[in-house]
Write a new protein. Structure first.
Length: 255
């Protein structure tokens, strides 16, 4: 195991495969993975939760569900194509509401960086999306991440990249860790590189999340593909994050 310098926090990384099971770390609330075994392409479109909590990701709106059923599931690639900016409409999945004072979120994603100016909603509170969300915003070779909790702007933060985002041929693991006191840190990992620096967010407000790939604006949902999503209601340690990232990368061929 080696450690990559991330300023305030150092997040170690594991190389190679791993027999580690992420359910052994306490606090796992939602775990969507391995679509070939866990996706139902009958109405309503469903991505089954593997955490054991029954927090399945579903889409009960027929027009959106039909978009997912008809064209979003890529069995060969093992991904769900959200195509948030698609002219045919938004695609997103709902899951039971999670209220989180601490959290660690993992996404195995591949972004479509076209158009050059776009928003990519990862997970939000669909019922109050202006108050609680975690969102990636990309413009050219820069990105900003926002994590908002509570009312108004309290708990808002953003970071900008000094390196390019991964292109649309590459999956990477996107990690968000929210601490109760110090805010949150964010980073990107592909084969062996950190794709961003980290930052601390002001504010320790709880966040409410219940949808994957959603944005309040129809053209600002997750514009890309997702292979895996895991949510913990705890702030994982660096070592625990390294184990989860190594497992996700191994399972999804990110090497």
């Amino acid at each position: 195991m080696r450690s990559l310098g991330l300023g305030v926090h150092n997040i170690p990384m594991m190389g190679g495969g791993s027999a580690f099971d992420i359910t052994t770390i306490a606090g796992l609330q939602v775990w969507a993975k391995n679509g070939a075994e866990n996706v139902s392409t009958a109405f309503p479109f469903t991505w089954n939760d593997s955490s054991g909590n029954g927090n399945h990701l579903t889409q009960n709106v027929s027009t959106i569900s039909n978009l997912l059923i008809a064209s979003a599931w890529n069995a060969t690639e093992g991904s769900i194509d959200m195509a948030g900016a698609s002219p045919s409409g938004p695609r997103f999945l709902d899951y039971p509401t999670q209220n989180l004072s601490t959290a660690t979120l993992f996404f195995a994603v591949k972004m479509n960086l076209s158009p050059a100016f776009d928003y990519y909603g990862l997970t939000q509170d669909k019922n109050n999306s202006g108050t609680n969300y975690t969102q990636l915003f990309a413009k050219d070779t820069q990105f900003f991440h926002y994590l908002v909790g509570g009312a108004g702007s309290s708990g808002t933060g953003a970071i900008s990249a000094t390196t390019n985002l991964p292109n649309n041929d590459e999956y990477f693991v996107y990690i968000v860790r929210k601490d109760a006191a110090s805010g949150a840190t964010v980073n990107f990992q592909n084969s062996s590189d950190i794709m961003a620096t980290t930052t601390n967010y002001s504010g320790a407000d709880a966040i409410t999340l219940n949808t994957l790939g959603f944005s309040a604006n129809a053209d600002r949902g997750l514009n890309g593909k997702i292979r895996e999503f895991a949510m913990y209601n705890t702030s994982l340690t660096d070592e625990e994050i390294a184990l989860v990232v190594g497992d996700i990368k191994s399972r999804n061929g990110i090497s």
